[in-house]
Design a binder for this molecule. Structure first.
Ligand SMILES: [Zn+2]
Length: 132
């Protein structure tokens, strides 16, 4: 059941692996959680509405198959896989989760997809995986 999906740590680019059933839609991988999302650990139930995302710790791979490879990789930072959430048939945008249908321009709050996050850019990043 499920199949492995890999994600890049947004801090250092290390790959982590997660078994997925495949019917939840990924929204984004970010170095910090979305407000209002509930995150599970990778070894906790998260599919089927149990959580809104998964909180990884870079370098702590949940996959036993990667034991030998994971020892010397990873930066130890937390990062977050967020699933797409829907409410009343509409996708929830974490950047304007508190608005009710009104379009609000948030230009300076450093949203999840901002290229200049609070952490700055710490090195070259590979392909982000294209979850957006
Ligand atoms: Zn990392």
């Amino acid at each position: 059941m499920g199949y492995p999906v890999t994600y890049h740590c947004p801090h250092c680019g290390t790959l982590v692996e997660l078994d997925r059933d495949g019917y939840l839609s990924d929204k984004a991988v970010t170095p910090y959680p979305f407000e209002g999302w509930e995150y599970a650990d990778p070894d906790e139930p998260f599919e089927d509405g149990a959580a809104d995302g998964v909180a990884f710790v870079c370098g702590e791979s949940p996959s036993p198959a990667d034991e030998d490879a994971a020892d010397d990789e990873g930066c130890g930072a937390r990062f977050y896989l967020s699933f797409v959430r829907f409410e009343n048939g509409r996708e929830i945008d974490p950047r304007r989760a508190d608005t009710d249908g009104e379009r609000v321009e948030l230009a300076e709050d450093g949203g999840p997809e901002s290229p200049r996050g609070p952490d700055g850019t710490d090195g070259p990043s590979g392909p982000t995986g294209g979850f957006y």
